[in-house]
Ligand binder design. Structure first.
Ligand code: NAD
Length: 498
């Protein structure tokens, strides 16, 4: 780690072809919990990005990584996981200070990231192509899985390490090379990982990082003919502009975009379990989470009881400094985002909603120097309301009541997004029947935000397409090639002798 003591400034350059470069332009990141400067990141140019793409292409074309054996890639990835374990505390501190998330949660992000590297190592060893042997006794076809090439990776600020690790180790396991563009204000852990990749034995040029602006570095990746696949995680609006910028190249895209998740609580749900889950889903990572529970859809017969339980707990949640061990939620990412979240609350009230708890900035005492907001619940939200439809990305829960399961399904589906939702019920038939009718990439039943490297994640509708993690996540970074062999000649098909 470049700086270990609280308050030290970490300095990061561009990481290209195994070397770290400082450039004249930089961005300084202040911790959103206390305003202290914690890191500077290099602002990469179009030329820097092109240099990184060229390095990744050279590394792919000369097969220094793609033609290693699965066992070799697996063992290097396991070495990377060990290095991450050694640096667990440093990585967690970077995530907490740059994002503003509580350190306890940041440790969880690091552990989950390590688990993904270990899972990728297992896939490098075990995941292979298939044979098609039932077409004709004299024909055998092999579907070999080849690495997809140079992967551009663009990541957001809410889980900088975790979002990177949903992509990078899987791409490496498949034999690809990478140019990574992290969010400009939370790039520390990404450069740290690039440094560790070198130490783990990943050859120079395989992992490159260009920090800087989306409109410069990101657009260059999107428009490059030498980037074979672009794997993007971020907002739906930016995803659409990347789609347009990349169109002339016809490269393959993977889009992990916004969400507007609902918890659908049926009349027969266990209320204590549901209250716990809804609270967790709505305020985890300050609600700066694509799969957050942003809407509570609850049966009218149990609505008041459930709401009272959630409010009681929410009012005891500790909002605090990211490095304080007892903080349960931390600071919002920056001042304008805090203002946007409070703006959504104001709009909701203007549209007829009622604030049941929260709704304000916390700016006194320990909160004076940071961008903290109270966890908030707004009742009486209709499907036409702005906060029912739009992604807020803050700890704000919108409550809407329903009177039948059909109505609940209709409400859950009446948004543009389709990322992740949850259903709460004591009857497996009702839960599964509702879960199957909800249109989203994931549905949790009697749980929420429950993920593991083995489980693919991703969205439909305006939440994007493509999957990360699981076998599907690994396959995103491969191209299936069909090689067909005829074992005995068929004899002439046309002309003389047929
Ligand atoms: P964002 O879309 O503003 O930025 C994401 C990344 O794209 C950043 O690295 C940014 O610099 C880059 N970028 C910006 N403009 C670009 C352009 N024109 N061309 C190329 N790249 C560009 O998103 P954010 O504010 O960092 O993150 C929050 C969003 O991410 C939310 O909408 C959230 O739902 C989404 N998200 C989705 C998932 C998922 O898995 N579906 C996970 C986490 C976050």
């Amino acid at each position: 780690m470049s700086a270990e003591k609280h308050g030290d400034l970490r300095v990061y350059g561009l990481f290209i072809d195994g070397e770290e470069y400082e450039v004249s332009g930089t961005t300084t990141r202040k911790c959103p919990g206390d305003g202290r400067e914690v890191a500077t990141f290099a602002s990469g140019s179009v030329e820097d990005t092109e240099r990184a793409i060229a390095a990744a292409k050279r590394a792919f074309d000369d097969a220094r990584w793609s033609k290693t054996t699965g066992a070799e890639r697996s063992s290097v990835l396991l070495k990377l996981a060990e290095l991450m374990k050694d640096e667990r505390a440093g990585l967690a501190k970077i995530e907490a200070q740059e994002v503003g998330k509580p350190i306890s949660l940041a440790f969880g992000d690091v552990d989950a990231s390590i688990a993904m590297v270990e899972h990728s190592a297992a896939l490098a060893l075990t995941h292979s192509g298939e044979a098609v042997d039932n077409v004709d006794p004299d024909v055998v076809s092999m579907v070999v899985r080849e690495p997809a090439g140079v992967i551009g990776m663009i990541t957001p600020w809410n889980f900088p390490l975790l979002q990177l690790m949903q992509k990078l180790p899987y791409a490496l396991a498949a034999g690809c090379t990478a140019v990574i563009k992290p969010a400009e204000i939370t790039a520390g852990s990404t450069v740290e990982i690039a440094r560790m990749c070198g130490k783990a034995g990943i050859p120079d040029g395989v992992v490159n990082v260009v920090t800087g602006r989306g409109s410069v570095v990101g657009e260059t990746l999107a428009g490059s003919f030498d980037v074979d696949v672009l794997s993007f995680t971020g907002s739906t609006g930016v995803g659409a502009s990347i789609t347009a910028a990349s169109a002339p190249t016809t490269k393959r895209l993977s889009m992990e975009l916004g969400g507007k998740g609902a918890a659908v609580v049926l009349a027969d749900a266990d209320l204590e379990t549901a209250a716990d889950g809804v609270l967790f889903g709505s305020i985890f990572n300050s609600g700066e989470c694509c799969v957050a529970t942003t809407r509570l859809l609850v049966h009218e017969d149990i609505a008041d009881d459930l709401l009272a339980r959630i409010v009681r707990r929410m009012e005891t949640v500790k909002v605090g400094h990211p490095l304080a061990e007892d903080s349960e939620i931390g600071a919002m990412i920056h001042e304008s985002h805090l203002a946007s979240v409070l703006g959504f609350v104001e709009t909701a009230v203007g549209e007829g909603g009622t604030v049941v708890t929260g709704g304000h900035r916390l700016a006194e005492g320990d909160h004076a120097e940071g961008y903290f907001v109270e966890p908030t619940i707004i009742d009486g939200v209709t499907p036409e309301s702005t906060i029912f439809q739009e992604e807020i990305f803050g700890p704000v829960l919108a409550v809407t009541r329903f009177s039948s399961n059909d109505e609940a399904v209709e409400l859950a589906n009446s948004v543009d997004y389709g990322l992740a939702n949850s259903v709460w019920s004591s009857a497996v038939q009702s839960a599964l029947s509702v879960a199957r009718r909800i249109r989203s990439g994931s549905v949790w039943v009697n749980t929420t935000l429950e993920n593991a490297p083995q489980m693919p994640t991703g969205g439909i509708k305006r939440s994007g397409y493509g999957r990360e993690m699981g076998n599907a996540g690994f396959e995103e970074f491969t191209e299936p090639k069909t090689i067909t062999v005829r074992l005995r000649p068929t004899g002439p098909v046309f002309g003389e002798g047929k």
